[in-house]
Write a protein that binds this ligand. Sequence first.
Ligand SMILES: *Cc1c(COP(=O)(O)O)cnc(C)c1O
Length: 299
Amino acid sequence: MADYNNITLDPVCPSWLPEGMNASMLRLDKLDPVISGNKWFKLKYNLKEAREAGYQTIITFGGAWSNHIAATAQACRENGLSCIGIIRGDEIHSNTNTTLRHAAANGMQLRFVSRAQYSAMQQSGHPELEKLRQEGFVIPEGGHNAAGARGCEEILSLFPMEEYTHILVAAGTGTTAAGLINAAGAAQEVLAIAVLKGAGFLEKEIQALLSPYHRSTWKLLTDFHQGGYGKINRELIAFMNQFYLQTGIPTDIIYTGKLVMAFHQLLEQQYFPANSKVLLIHTGGLQGNQSQQEGILAF
Ligand SMILES: *Cc1c(COP(=O)(O)O)cnc(C)c1O
């Protein structure tokens, strides 16, 4: 079971951190190896809503290496719920993909659909989506809804974290960033680091989940995706390996590796005023590193 006592707040001091700059990492990755980091917070109130409405089955969407699919399968098993995963890309086979194999072993029923069908069936009012709603409680891809953001507000109550001036988080759907913006204080700035290319649309997606009473300031930064969602390069891998060797903290190739790299680049651009205290949110996702050839990562 996901146990909050596993989460730590670690000071981080890589060689490239300038003097006078203070940084820590909130290790949500330590919550659980599978229900990793932010995914649990996004699921929490969705599962609660489903249970309260009397549902026995959860239905959700994801790609082949989806952390959300992995987390949902395990969280449903632990909570005695059945679940169905709609998987993007019908060419994928669950026996060659560890994420899907584990999800299936956790009891998730996998349904493979083409990319076109996958996007179509998530549009509200689509007949396929209405059919799914007859079968169970539908959670959107990535847990992107108000209940997801609400769960993420609780991330900032895990430790006293008011003294941080900047909070950095990787953004896929922006749900986690929205929760953090809602919960952060008036003197704090939340920086959402988009991991997909052309992510300007996230601005509206995040805005839609914000409380009218939020006090923090925030920015969506769209230049740190390293080529696009799931795109990796030598620099990123070398950077992640170096960060691990210097801090002992493993990151993932899709989100948190790019987050830390963005932090490094922002420091080089002198983005942070002197004496800033920066909080990096480690949102987990380490299971996704299994998509890489063994030996590429130092951990
Ligand atoms: C899903 C995921 C994110 C993105 O979260 P959003 O709420 O969709 O922005 C960030 N980091 C990791 C490790 C994830 O698995």
